[in-house]
Write a protein that binds this ligand. Sequence first.
Ligand code: HEC
Length: 101
Amino acid sequence: MKIVTLMLALLFGLLSQNSLADVARGAQLEKENCSHCHAARFNGDQTAIYLRNKRRVNSYKQLTSQVRFCENNLELTWFDNQILDVSEHLNQRYYHFTPQK
Ligand code: HEC
């Protein structure tokens, strides 16, 4: 019985991990594609755009929309999971919204 419980716990652990965004990949994508332009607008500080007082983004939904908007403008043709990875990275590091599924 204990073994079954253990296996189930392991399985759910793996499943929930798979459904989570890859925050490290999100950080990498943001660094490679986004930060240079934001930094250029804020005296070389690439984080200032996410932390300014009157920031554009005020919810998790707006965050994913804005990531998609900037990504579309750049014609990067990211997959949905890459949008999610970057959004999750920005949320965990700067915005701290409660994600809505
Ligand atoms: C060519 C320049 C440029 C690039 C590259 C760029 N952005 Fe932006 N981004 C902007 C500008 C300009 C704004 C601010 C718009 C405003 O203030 O109205 C902005 C704003 C944002 C914001 C909102 C900040 C806030 O106020 O809360 C997010 C989030 C964002 N960008 C994400 C991204 C992501 C993700 C990428 C990479 C896929 C990216 N941006 C690439 C120019 C750029």
